[in-house]
Design a protein around this ligand. Structure first.
Ligand SMILES: Nc1ncnc2c1ncn2[C@@H]1O[C@H](COP(=O)(O)OP(=O)(O)OP(=O)(O)O)[C@@H](O)[C@H]1O
Ligand SMILES: [Mg+2]
Length: 212
C-alpha cells in the first residue's frame, strides 16, 4: 500500500502547490517513486518531462478516488496530494485518506490564526512554516509570532521551508535540466522530515548531487 501525504489548509496562497512539488521532487531524489496529485481546479496540468516524479491530474470528478484506489493497491509508491484551498468538505475527505496531513502557513498573523483552527480541527495534522524569511531580523519576528499565536502547537510544527525564488521553477510546465542547489537542498530537507514522520527509511542524501 502506498503512503499518502496531503498538503491542505483553509487558506489560499500558503504554498500548497509549490510544497507538493517540492516534497515529490525531494522524495524522488531520496530514491522513491512518487506521484504528485493535482486537485486544484484553477491550475493547469504539468508535463512529466524532466521531472523525477509523476504529475497526475485529478481535477475531474472521479479521478481523485481512482488515483487513491490505485495508490492503495501498489507498494513502494508515495502519493502527494495538493489540496485546493477554501474547500473544507474536500479537505476533510482528503485528510481521511492520508497517512500524513501537512498544513502550510506563512509568516503572517492571518495565516497563523487560520492554521491554528486547522490544527485544532485536524488533531493528526502538522503545521509547516512556508516561504519563511531568510533575513535574521525577519526570522526572529516570525518566530515571535509563532510563540504568540501557535506556542501551544510547537510540537506539531515542522522546520520552516525557506523563501526561495527558485521554487517557481518546479511549477513550470517543463522544468529546467539543472535546478539550483538551494532548491534541491530545500526539497531534500523537506522530504526527509516527511519520511521521519512517516517512519520511512530512505537513501542517504550524501549520495545526491546538489550541484555544489
Ligand atoms: N518557498 C517559497 N519561496 C518563494 N515563493 C514561494 C514559495 N512557496 C510558494 N511560493 C510562491 O507563493 C505563491 C503561492 O504559492 P502556491 O501557488 O504554491 O500556493 P497555494 O497554497 O497552492 O495557492 P492556492 O491556494 O491558490 O492554490 C506563488 O507565487 C509561489 O511561487
Ligand atoms: Mg495551489
Amino acid at each position: 500500500m502506498a503512503q499518502i501525504v496531503c498538503v491542505l489548509g483553509n487558506k489560499g496562497g500558503t504554498g500548497k502547490t509549490t510544497l507538493s512539488h517540492m516534497i515529490s521532487h525531494g522524495m524522488a531524489l531520496l530514491g522513491k517513486r512518487v506521484v504528485c496529485v493535482l486537485t486544484d481546479l484553477e491550475r493547469e496540468r504539468l508535463s512529466k518531462d524532466g521531472r523525477l516524479y509523476l504529475p497526475f491530474d485529478a481535477r475531474e470528478a472521479g479521478n481523485l478516488s481512482k488515483v487513491v484506489a490505485t495508490l492503495n493497491r501498489v507498494d513502494d509508491w508515495f502519493g502527494v496530494i495538493d489540496g485546493g484551498g477554501n474547500r473544507s468538505d474536500a479537505d476533510s475527505h482528503l485528510a481521511n485518506q492520508a497517512d500524513l496531513v501537512l498544513l502550510p502557513f506563512r509568516d503572517s498573523h492571518e495565516d497563523m490564526r487560520t492554521v491554528l483552527r486547522d490544527l485544532e480541527w485536524m488533531p493528526r495534522a502538522w503545521g509547516l512554516p512556508s516561504q519563511w524569511p531568510a533575513d535574521d531580523a525577519a526570522r526572529r519576528a516570525a518566530e515571535a509570532s509563532i510563540d504568540l499565536l501557535l506556542g501551544a502547537y510547537r510540537h506539531r510544527l515542522l522546520d520552516p521551508v525557506p523563501h526561495l525564488w527558485a521554487t517557481k521553477l518546479l511549477l513550470q510546465d517543463r522544468i529546467p535540466r539543472g535546478l539550483p542547489w538551494q532548491l534541491t537542498n530545500a526539497c531534500v530537507a523537506l522530504a526527509m522530515q516527511v519520511f521521519e514522520l512517516l517512519d520511512v527509511q530512505y537513501e542517504s542524501p550524501a549520495a545526491i548531487d546538489t550541484g555544489r
